[in-house]
Write a protein that binds this ligand. Structure first.
Ligand code: RIB
Length: 292
């Protein structure tokens, strides 16, 4: 079984239930606020660990980051490559609508203070053929991708949150580019153009309630979503990717990996919050057997 390293963000999520997303000039009353562990990196690590993978997390938190490290440890992840820095922990302000949709503002904080030494310490945890998960919420992605490719890691990169600078990254060194439709469009215009621009990369397109598609060379796989009642979609994509990576680490065929990841995110959207919504493997297996 391969190991998984995630050099990724760790956020405190301030989640506000709102009747609708706040509009320009509007002051909106929220009926409820929760504080949850989150960050795309942390969510993916928790998902991979709850799926049963051996996972290492690299990154940075401030003095206020204990809740995040405790959660990662309790999920079974190794956090010895998470540095404590003199910058407040990253955070997210998340509005959740009655339909379960979200709108998110993030402040990078410690996630933008990941040092080259921390990156090296994290990369030392894994070997050639192991999997590296990355998102666009930490600093220093360009050298991380180059060092990881030199080491022979399989890099799965989700360019969220999307910004123009992502196009300047050495994406041709990735194993898999993981995008939603908005990110794919921002990177290349449409999926055909994206596949033409990165012919040597697998491309995994997540479409929420419309399922997921995976291009591996000439082959296209499609996994429909499972119809469920959505409460909160926060971290559903992260849950999907963490489970997908764990399935690859087990050498499951791509079609099985997509099915497992889709089932995991179907459970996550039925629960509130980011990391707390991520199911354990036995729940996902039971859901797939129809016994959940
Ligand atoms: O993908 C969901 C995550 O995005 C939240 O947990 C929030 O912290 C932001 O990083």
């Amino acid at each position: 079984m391969s190991k998984i390293l995630n050099i990724g963000s760790l956020n405190l999520d301030y989640v506000y239930a709102v009747p609708h997303f706040v509009e320009p000039g509007e002051t909106l009353l929220s009926g409820r606020r929760g504080v949850f562990p989150g960050g795309k990196g942390l969510n993916q690590t928790v998902a991979a660990a709850r799926a049963g993978a051996k996972v290492y997390h690299g990154g940075a938190v401030g003095v206020d980051g204990d809740m995040l490290l405790d959660l990662l440890r309790s999920a079974g992840a190794d956090v010895s490559a998470v540095a404590r820095v003199d910058v407040p922990t990253g955070h997210a302000i998340i509005q959740v609508s009655p339909q379960g949709e979200n709108a998110i503002i993030i402040l990078g904080g410690a996630n933008r203070a990941v040092s080259p030494e921390t990156v090296e310490k994290a990369l030392d945890k894994v070997e050639k053929g192991d999997i590296l998960l990355l998102q666009n919420e930490i600093n220093g992605l360009d050298p991380i991708i180059r060092r990881a490719a030199e080491k022979g890691l399989r890099i799965l990169f989700n360019p969220a949150p999307m910004e123009a600078a992502v196009k300047e990254l050495p994406l041709h060194l990735l194993d898999t580019l993981v995008v939603n439709e908005g990110e794919g469009k921002a990177l290349a215009g449409d999926m055909d153009a994206l596949r033409a621009a990165y012919p040597d990369q697998k491309i995994l397109l997540t479409k929420g309630s419309r399922g997921a598609s995976l291009w591996t060379g000439a082959e296209l796989l499609f996994q429909p979503a499972f119809p469920v009642k959505t409460v909160d979609t926060t971290a559903a994509g992260d849950c999907f990717l963490g489970y997908y990576a764990a399935a690859l680490a087990e050498d499951l065929p791509y079609a099985d990996a997509l099915r497992l990841a889709t089932a995991a995110s179907a459970l996550a959207v039925q629960r509130q919050g980011a990391a707390p919504s991520i199911p354990v493997r036995s729940e996902v297996e039971a859901f797939l057997k129809g016994t959940y």
